[in-house]
Design a protein around this ligand. Structure first.
Ligand code: SAM
Length: 412
């Protein structure tokens, strides 16, 4: 069923390999973000879905696994997944971890890392050498009847859009069926470069159609060029592309999803888009929480890099300036802004509805701060509105699904 398109021209577009440096030397801020997501999401996913699955089994696939760890010892996605699978919170679940890696030397390193993490223990894992597209049918067969989380993290453009749609088509849909979730990376350099080729219309470029076709396959059609507004600069275009891609894929795969534009630093251009797809409301909410926490981890990484760039190894700066305290203050300011935005959103909602459940108005509650704010900010906003008499609901309990947010005077 699966095939991987010929994307050799884009292979080096994965930013981690720019300047020809080996990818697995050390981790950059953009990689910190995706790893924070894995570190924070796999456990709640496996815990929830594995509590009711057949044999308490859960299948996790890392399709572009890499070396397992960086040379500086920091975990790559395989080490993070393996460590999550051994988390005591997952006791009683069987987490089956599958890894695919195409490059022979990287694959050897991957096996070694997995053996070390497992250390003769009880981790259930298999590593496959080769092209993920060729292993996909077999991996999907292994996940029949049980929850599946698939992580696809290629350099450049990865599996074609239609393959991702087919994964969802091959899995059951409905409320009480095993979950299907996919998290994939979409390379932003490839989008910018191929858009450049589109606009150049250079007759001497013999590979033009092939290059444009590569993005057609990754994006699921020619919409990205047919609807391109040439007056948009690359930053604006990418924002449009991100939204449009999510719309296209969630419609075709009949699921819901999140996207995040991941940058090395707030003022720099996007390195890649992360796209998360799920058919479960729980998955959407839990991933929203995860995104918010991963943003915080990313902000800390960027802050630490900036601090180190300014102060180098000057130990006295560490003592005098106390980076922890500075970061904490910045975070507290941000938390206030997030809370204030949610308060505004709740006030607007309460003007139109005398009572509602957050889950049914999730987008409107988090409008403007989606993926940045999370339940802690929502609870604080509710507490403040409760104190101000704007709602009779406080912030305790299951604030997403159970608590009814009421205007004063509304029927209980
Ligand atoms: C971006 S790196 C993976 C990083 C890793 N997921 C992490 O977070 O630590 C992409 C990896 O995919 C491998 N790869 C490239 N094409 C592949 C394919 N078709 N199937 C499987 N692996 C592939 C590359 O050799 C490289 O190690």
């Amino acid at each position: 069923m699966a095939e991987q398109h010929d994307e050799s021209a884009d292979t080096l577009d994965g930013t981690e390999t720019a300047d020809g440096q080996p990818f697995f030397k050390s981790r950059r801020a953009a990689a910190v973000f995706k790893h924070a997501i894995l570190a924070k999401y796999v456990v709640p996913f496996a815990s929830k879905t594995g509590s009711t699955s057949t044999g308490n089994r859960v299948v996790i696939v890392d399709g572009y696994a890499g070396a397992g760890r960086y040379e500086d010892g920091k975990p790559g996605s395989p080490a993070l997944i393996a460590e999550a699978a051994r988390n005591p919170a997952l006791k009683g679940r069987i987490i089956e971890c599958h890894f695919v890696e195409q490059d022979a030397a990287t694959y050897r390193s991957l096996r070694q890392v997995l053996e070390e993490v497992d250390n003769g223990g009880t981790l259930v894992w298999e590593a496959r050498h080769g092209n993920v597209a060729e292993h996909l049918d077999e991996l999907l067969a292994r996940a029949v009847g049980v929850p599946l989380f698939l992580f696809l993290d290629p350099f450049g453009l990865g599996l074609p859009f239609d393959v991702i749609v087919d994964i969802f088509a091959s899995r059951p849909s409905g409320q009480y069926v095993p979950a299907t979730e996919v998290l994939f990376r979409f390379d932003a350099n490839a989008i910018r470069r191929i858009r450049g080729v589109l606009h150049k219309d250079d007759p001497s470029n013999k590979g033009r159609e092939k290059t444009l076709g590569a993005l057609d396959r990754a994006a699921g059609g020619t919409w990205w060029r047919d609807e391109d507004d040439p007056t948009l600069d690359n930053r604006q275009y990418l924002e449009w592309f991100e939204e449009r891609l999510l719309d296209e894929i969630t419609t075709r795969a009949k699921c819901a999803g999140w996207t995040a534009a991941v940058k090395p630093r707030e003022d720099l251009q996007t390195t890649y888009l992360l796209v998360f797809l799920t058919r479960h409301r729980d998955g959407m909410e839990t991933f929203g929480e995860t995104l918010s926490k991963a943003q915080e981890t990313w902000r800390r990484e960027v802050f630490d890099q900036a601090f180190a760039a300014i102060h180098g190894s000057d130990q006295s700066a560490l003592i005098e300036l106390d980076p922890d305290a500075i970061f904490k203050r910045q975070e507290a300011d941000l938390a206030e802004q997030l809370q204030s935005q949610i308060e505004q959103n709740l006030r607007a909602l309460l003007r139109d509805h005398e009572r509602f459940v957050v889950r049914t108005k999730y987008g409107a509650v988090y409008k403007g701060v989606e993926g940045i704010a999370r339940i802690t900010h929502l609870r604080k906003a509710l507490k403040s509105l409760h104190a101000a008499g704007v709602t009779t609901s406080n912030q305790v309990g299951d604030v997403y699904a159970k608590q009814v947010i009421r205007a004063p005077g509304a029927q209980p």
